[in-house]
Write a protein that binds this ligand. Structure first.
Ligand code: APR
Ligand code: ZN
Ligand code: ZN
Length: 360
């Protein structure tokens, strides 16, 4: 199959042939219909996070089941599915205690001695990215990396639910559990941050202050439910949020992945407030917080893929969209081909677009 490979880090993606295996026990072969470009992929291309190469990137996708391996009962050929990197074993303490997004993920990949799911045409290894590798014409995944969805849901928009939508909405609904009438600030209004904004609006926040450096993004944030916007390239974001909220917000969210903005999320809080860091801070980097703020009972927490239970959450997000209560059409800035993928990541770096989606 054709796929977008990361061969060296830092590096661009190369479209090349990759060999994909037959579904083994518990595995499913999916024909990829659409895959979104997420900033997390870019973090691995730039080396902010390490990964073995060569690898086929991509982790935000939807498709159609083509074949299932022995013992697979959850899906059958023809089913429409969304993939999720939060593949779960169902047996570890995290899964059993209701936090499957933190699953220890033992037994969910093939043993390293036998044939692998992906390989290069010369037989050398090709590493599967985050159990998925969505930037390929097919995906060979564990059945617990998939959720079935209704067939009237358009697959290009369903793909977005696979990462950005679930990460953003889940950070609000699950990780932070924002109550109605709360005051909220969101730093970063890309594919993920816009979903934090619309999650806060759906949750009934009284104020949703969106912060970005890009006017186009701030305009989108208003469409997604922001009550106020702050252009961080023109104003001090922390001071602006304090002023707009009358002394700080109850909930802040960082949706970029920078030390500086994670520290801003903390500084924007009112006493007793909670900061949720959704963005991936570069590997090995620390953030610094003024110790005296703990006297004000401020809290800070990470959010991994929106603390999802994706087989439960995603079909509901699909229903919200189909009922006109969730914005997905507006998230798709461009539909591109696999061959245009590097241009898509370049556009992401410029900060102009919400999401580019590869349609296969
Ligand atoms: N202050 C405010 N906004 C900023 C700043 C800054 N210093 N730097 C960048 N931005 C804005 C950009 O203008 C852009 O709109 O942050 C947004 C980031 O959006 P994307 O690049 O589309 O990133 P996204 O895919 O939404 O991911 C955001 O979440 O899951 C993680 O790994 C992901 O760390 C990444 C984060
Ligand atoms: Zn992602
Ligand atoms: Zn588990």
């Amino acid at each position: 199959m054709r796929a977008a490979l990361l061969k060296s880090i830092p590096g661009q993606l190369e479209i090349d042939e990759v060999v994909i295996g037959e579904p083994g026990p518990g595995e499913v072969l999916v024909r990829t219909s659409a895959a979104g470009l997420c900033h997390s992929d870019l973090h691995f291309m730039t080396g902010a996070y390490p990964y073995p190469t060569p690898t086929v990137l991509g982790h935000e996708s939807a498709g159609v089941v083509e074949a299932v391996g022995a013992g697979v009962t959850y899906v059958q050929e023809g089913d429409h599915v969304i993939s999720c990197l939060s593949v779960f074993c169902g047996k570890c303490e995290y899964c059993l205690s209701g936090r499957p997004n933190l699953c220890a993920k033992e037994g969910l990949t093939r043993t390293l001695t036998g044939a692998q799911r992906l390989s290069m045409p010369d037989g050398s290894p090709c590493h599967q990215f985050l159990h998925l590798s969505s930037f390929g014409e097919h995906m060979l995944v564990h059945e617990n990396a998939l959720v079935k969805i209704r067939k009237d849901m358009p697959l290009d928009r369903a793909a977005l639910i696979g990462c950005s939508v679930t990460t953003g909405l889940g950070a609000v609904f699950r990780t932070a559990a924002v109550p109605a009438t709360s005051t909220v600030a969101v730093i970063g209004c890309g594919g993920v941050g816009l979903n934090v904004v619309q999650g806060a609006a759906i949750a009934g926040a009284s104020r949703v202050i969106a912060v970005d450096m890009n006017e186009t993004k701030l305009e989108l944030a208003r469409q997604f439910g922001a009550t106020d916007v702050v252009n961080a390239s023109q104003a001090d974001a922390v001071a602006a949020v304090h002023e707009l909220s009358g002394g700080g917000v109850e909930f802040s969210f960082e949706a970029i992945g920078l030390k500086q903005t994670a520290e801003q999320a903390w500084a924007m809080l009112a006493a007793g407030g909670t900061a949720t860091v959704v963005g991936m801070i570069p590997f090995g980097q620390s953030i610094e917080l003024p110790g005296y703020d703990f006297l004000a009972e401020k809290k800070i927490q990470g959010s991994n893929m929106g603390s999802n239970r994706f087989r439960f959450d995603m079909p509901r997000y699909v229903d919200l969209y189909m009922d006109g209560k969730l914005k997905l059409d507006e998230l798709v800035s461009a539909r591109i081909t696999l061959d245009e993928i590097n241009d898509g990541f370049e556009a992401m770096k410029q900060g102009e677009i919400a999401r580019s989606v590869i349609v296969f």
